[in-house]
Design a protein around this ligand. Sequence first.
Ligand code: ADE
Length: 227
Amino acid sequence: MMRFDIISAVPDSLDSPFNTSILKRAQERNKVEIVVHNLRDYAYDKHKTIDDKPFGGGPGMLLKPEPFFECIEKLMSERTYDRIIFPSPGGKLYDQQMANRFSLLNNIMIIAGHYKGVDDRVREKFATDEISIGHYVLTGGEIAAWIIIDSVVRLIPGVLNDSESALNDSLMDGEVIEAPYYTRPAEYKGLCVPEVLLSGHEKKIKDWKEEQSKSLTKNWKKINNLE
Ligand code: ADE
């Protein structure tokens, strides 16, 4: 079974992400194990200190190296990690291809520090991958950890009910955006579902979907400055 270990100073923030919907179901089906570790449990002074002032000055506090080292070294003594991911806006931009590759691995650790917030020796010593989920700054790596885990777990066979759906996805093969979907009612507040979808004409529906997909993909590339 695939396993994720996340180290966080705010582990509660990941309670509902990992205990809701498909991620919850995936764990119940024993397709994945997701374990969140509270950084504070690895602080060894009696005040359970996990942060301190930065050398060289500057605002704010930094997460100290020792609790991370303690926690990471304990985990590494228990199993072999294929990847130790350090989410950071300075990392490589995350994409579907990376998710696909990660989904083939067994053990992934994610160090969810706070931006500008972790003594850099932690990254330097342990990180195999520094990953950014987008060109913007978050308060911490927990949301990035959620996004990475979500995108990987849905690729594990047996996690999604319709085994086809992950394979047919937008961005799965090449970079293609799918045609839009509609359900009943066929007309709502004057808004109509495209006629062709109600026609029952398989070939026409297939052609329509391909044509929609082509034009949506073209537009997606244009608005995102791709190609
Ligand atoms: N931590 C703060 N901002 C981030 C980002 N954009 N990606 C990954 N981790 C982050």
